[in-house]
Design a protein around this ligand. Structure first.
Ligand code: GAL
Length: 519
């Protein structure tokens, strides 16, 4: 019988499990992510999609002491890199894969990294990363708060790890009780909190970041603001003209249209199931078609809470799709809500691929609002170990990493959860796979993801209310021989193991590792 080698995790940070108690207050917030080196380290995705002819904008995510001087080898024709800011701008006119080498230098050293720029039809080759206004600003969102979020994305260092999208959620248009909603020619009107949408997008772009917004295929958004119904063509063009790069399209009042069947959906259907599916898909297909016509790349995020088994078709008409209801609205259970949402999202690994991702909703940590009644923010009630589990789970599931807490109140612990380059690298792995469930019981969850370099990322999640030992054998993982196991949170090799490994995992916590794997 194979004897599993026991990992003796007496690492500095693991006073955590010793301290683990039944309340999160008793758990010490230990920063597991080591500080970034002073020499440059280039982070972010290894592969990036753009359509030929679209404006290209990419700020090289890079940690290390400033000033850093950036350069690149084999940058395709049409692109230029600003040596000081690391922002790449321009336009690629020819389709194809460009293997660029990004280089960053400072007084402490230098880093070089390959970056594949794929000029083709697919965007979001890796899951989008950024911030969304919903869970902190709700209907209080303003132009100034969006600009503040963009500033903070740079100032906090999040942009140096690949966070890029600065996205307005609901509540930026005119509300139902505040006509007119559109100008005489049908042009959509923002509300008084957003006096200059183009100026806002320009401001965000000026930081090397991307701008996103939100609307609904229905006449009204979920918050009761103007939606795109019967104005899809006009609105898509307006969003592109303003300069937005990301659109979240939230079902909301479209439900009333779909119930009776959208009068524009004229096809005849062979079966009721086909008809049903068409009703779900139609509004997304319509807007997706309009977005393709724009001279700008707009990543498309479907939000319809998993209806009509969206994971089976979301990738035909969008870049990501919410698989569940709102995370912030989930009822209390034994485990924190992200676990319940994560369990559902984890059921569809086969759907994820480059440019098409399951979306389990935002990262609700840090200083974050109360979705019930759109309350003001407060410090997350999640224990430190729960937050490490949340981020690990999202990363293993190749989920969009969209933080939705207060950008103005980021603290060191929240940033250590959001900004671990090795944890993020699993999410952004260029193979584009989502982890599969290796084992799930009431007390544990083991997820395994295949990586491009033939390695594997493995999450051992302890769902029990007390610390517990969780094991995995190499035969279960389909690997043999000696394997070097690396702890991703601590960014530390744990040694070479022969038959498997196990770890003492704190309550609701995780041991997140990577092995080089067999060929
Ligand atoms: C919900 C959506 C949330 C948020 C909200 C805005 O339907 O799932 O993420 O966008 O609407 O009203």
């Amino acid at each position: 019988m194979e004897k599993i080698l026991l990992l003796n995790i007496i690492l500095a940070g693991l006073s955590l499990s010793a301290l683990a108690a039944n309340t999160n207050n008793a758990e010490k917030a230990v920063l597991l992510t080591p500080p970034a080196p002073r020499a440059p380290r280039i982070n972010g995705p290894l592969v990036y999609g753009v359509r030929p002819g679209s404006p290209f904008l990419y700020r090289v995510p890079c940690t290390g002491e400033r000033p850093i001087t950036f350069s690149a080898k084999n940058l395709p024709d049409g692109l230029t890199l600003d040596a000081h800011s690391g922002i790449i701008n321009g336009k690629i006119s020819v389709a194809g894969t460009n293997r660029v080498t990004l280089i960053a230098k400072n007084s402490r050293g230098a880093a070089a990294r390959e970056f594949r720029i794929v000029a083709g039809s697919t965007l979001a080759l890796t899951p989008p990363m950024g911030w969304n206004s919903w869970y902190i600003h709700y209907n209080r969102v303003t132009d100034a708060l969006m600009r503040q979020a963009a500033d903070q994305m740079l100032a906090s260092g999040m942009a140096d790890y690949g966070y890029q999208y600065v996205n307005i959620d609901d509540c930026w248009m005119k509300k139902k009780n505040d006509p007119p909603f559109r100008a005489d020619d049908g042009t959509l009107l923002p509300n008084y909190n957003f006096p200059d949408m183009r100026g806002l997008a320009d401001y965000i772009h000026g930081q090397g970041l991307k701008a996103g917004l939100y609307t609904s295929p229905g006449p009204w958004t979920c918050g009761g603001y103007t939606g795109a119904y019967e104005h899809e063509m006009q609105d898509a063009k307006l969003f592109a003209d303003w300069g937005f790069d990301f659109l979240k399209y939230d079902w909301c009042s479209y439900g009333d249209i779909a119930k009776k069947a959208d009068p524009r959906l004229t096809n005849s259907f062979a079966t009721p199931a086909e008809k049903n599916l068409a009703r779900y898909k139609f509004p997304y297909e319509l807007m997706w078609g309009e977005l393709q016509k724009q001279n700008r790349d707009i990543v498309f995020n479907l939000c319809q809470y998993g209806m009509g088994e969206v994971w089976k078709w979301g990738g035909d008409v969008g870049n990501s799709w919410r698989t569940t209801g709102d995370l912030g609205l989930q009822k209390k259970s034994k485990l924190p809500a992200f676990y319940g949402i994560g369990f559902k999202n984890a059921l569809h690994p086969e759907a994820a691929r480059l440019g098409a991702w399951n979306d389990p909703d935002y990262l609700l940590i840090g200083w974050v609002g109360d979705a019930h009644g759109m309350g003001e923010g407060k410090k997350t009630a999640l224990a430190p170990d729960e937050q490490y589990s949340y981020m690990s789970l999202w990363s293993l599931m190749a989920a969009p990493l969209i933080f939705s807490g207060d950008m103005a109140k980021l603290d060191a612990f929240t940033l250590n959860v959001l900004c671990n380059s090795e944890v993020i690298a699993v999410d952004q792995d260029p193979l584009g796979q989502q982890a599969k469930i290796l084992r799930q019981t009431d007390n544990e969850l083991v997820l395994v993801n295949e990586l491009e370099d033939h390695g594997k990322a493995i999450g051992l999640f302890n769902l029990a209310p007390e610390p517990s030992k969780i094991s995995v054998t190499f035969s279960d993982l389909g690997v043999a021989g000696k394997q070097t196991v690396r702890d991703l949170w601590r960014q530390k090799d744990l040694g070479a193991f022969t038959n498997g490994f196990s770890a003492e995992v704190p309550r609701h916590g995780v041991m997140f590792v990577r092995i080089a794997g067999g060929k």
